[in-house]
Design a protein around this ligand. Structure first.
Ligand SMILES: C[S@@+](CC[C@H](N)C(=O)[O-])C[C@H]1O[C@@H](n2cnc3c(N)ncnc32)[C@H](O)[C@@H]1O
Length: 265
């Protein structure tokens, strides 16, 4: 047998270098896989054209982005409302909404170019469990039991922005990279100033997917304002890495609304 006879056909590319979904995506998205494929195709085409995704990301969209974000869903209770801050191209918010139609997901993103793309993508995918809000986390005025974020800000800064968005007993779930424990240790003084007493690193895993580190921060009964000095130490840089079923009062599903509308309260 020649090499050529024994060679398997190359996996068919679906859009602009996007490979077919890997077995873990097929298994984990289940019946929602066709929608996840359409989202991946949007990322690989219009997402790259509009600058929401790096031009070389298409071949690794499944592993590095969709599956990485999908692992987070196991930490979110059934029927939860989720506020995803700094969504960018909808990561992790759209992935969660795709995999979990029981969730009500609010995407918070300040940049108009991005919310325009998010609006259009949510509409194209027919996701009626997503509302897009244009605004900054610290001004958007939403509340929910779960707030998610990936690659938005250093942990102390992120906690300062997002703890006020959490309902009593709510949790911030921040997707972080390999240095999650280090980042949590660095942020401890600021978290203490904010009143946080419970924060830990969760490692989420599934067969065929690289494990993901998530920093979970529980909302304290009273969220305090850190001193300016502590806030400065928290840093404003981009942190690397990476709920309850009610709809926003002011937001429309699949549409943008400026900050100020609240899902829950
Ligand atoms: C590096 S991107 C990450 C996007 C996406 N979460 C991901 O993982 O691909 C950071 C995003 O956070 C947004 N952002 C920055 N400051 C923010 C703030 N104060 N509130 C909400 N979003 C913010 C930016 O506009 C940008 O879209």
């Amino acid at each position: 047998m020649t090499d050529q006879e024994g060679a398997r056909p190359a996996p068919e590319a679906t859009a602009a270098g996007l490979p077919p979904p890997p077995p873990a995506a097929v298994r984990l998205f289940g019946e929602r896989l066709p929608l996840a494929v359409r989202y991946a195709e949007e990322l690989a085409t219009t997402g790259i054209e509009h600058g929401l995704v790096g031009p070389r990301e298409a071949p690794r969209l499944w592993d590095r982005h969709l599956l990485n974000c999908l692992l987070l869903e196991s930490a979110i209770p059934q029927g939860a409302t989720v506020v995803d801050v700094g969504s960018g191209a909808g990561l992790p918010g759209i992935v969660l909404a795709l995999a979990r139609p029981d969730l009500s997901v609010h995407l918070v993103e300040p940049l108009l170019r991005r919310t325009t793309w998010l609006d259009r993508t949510v509409e194209r995918l027919g996701l009626d469990n997503v509302v897009v809000h244009r605004g900054r986390a610290e001004q958007v005025g939403l509340t929910a039991p779960v707030v998610t974020a990936r690659a938005v800000a250093a942990l102390g800064t992120l906690a300062g922005w997002t703890l006020p968005l959490l309902e009593t007993g709510g949790r911030l779930l921040a997707l972080k990279g390999a240095t999650a424990a280090e980042e949590l240790a660095d942020a401890r003084p600021v978290l203490e100033q904010l009143g946080v007493t419970q924060a830990r690193v969760l490692t989420l895993e599934a067969d065929g997917v690289d494990p993901v580190n998530v920093v979970e921060v529980l909302r304290p009964d009273v969220v305090r304002t850190p001193t300016a000095a502590a806030a400065g130490r928290a840093g404003g840089s981009d942190g690397s890495g990476g709920g309850s079923g009610r709809r926003g009062r002011g937001g429309r599903r699949g549409r943008s609304s400026r900050g100020g509308s609240a899902p829950g309260r």
